[in-house]
Design a binder for this molecule. Structure first.
Ligand code: TYD
Length: 135
């Protein structure tokens, strides 16, 4: 699992003028950003995601607040708490994910390795499990 999900360090520079958080994306990830989006105003009882990506790699951060990503690799589920000013998480392609437990002020920032492509999605978890076994 370690190679499929990796921590992405966030450096914090805090002074009387406010907070600055900085991320340098390691060359080891071989990750180039083609798209970014952010998710906000998610009611606590709602979830986002609920799909897998065949080819897309992503890095998730909490710009504010917190939320949980439940990552499923076809066998096990890994709940990952993502909090503002703490590390982000890189998810490789081929993983199912559901984002839950958004705090009231949470803003989820996602860096994506590819442009939006609806053909890259798997929306049915049984189909995902079958697809994963074939890989
Ligand atoms: P959706 O996949 O439901 O969001 P999430 O994964 O956060 O639950 O996306 C909602 C709508 O936004 C859907 O109509 C597709 C569209 N969308 C884009 O057009 N471009 C994008 O980069 C993303 C992530 C979604």
């Amino acid at each position: 699992m370690l190679n499929l999900i990796r921590k992405v360090e966030v450096d914090n520079f805090i002074d009387s003028r406010g907070n600055l958080d900085v991320v340098e994306i390691s060359n080891e990830l071989n990750f180039y950003v083609k798209r970014m989006y952010y998710i906000s105003n998610v009611p606590n009882e709602e979830s986002r995601g609920g799909h897998a990506h065949k080819n897309l790699q992503q890095i998730f951060f909490a710009v504010a607040g917190s939320f949980t990503i439940n990552v499923f690799d076809g066998e096990s589920t890994y709940p990952i708490l993502i909090e503002a000013h703490k590390c982000g998480y890189y998810l490789t392609n081929g993983l199912w994910r559901e984002l839950t437990n958004f705090s009231p002020n949470a803003v989820c920032l996602v860096l994506a390795s590819q442009h939006y492509n609806s053909d890259d999605y798997i929306f049915d978890i049984d189909e995902y499990t079958r697809w994963k076994k074939e890989q």
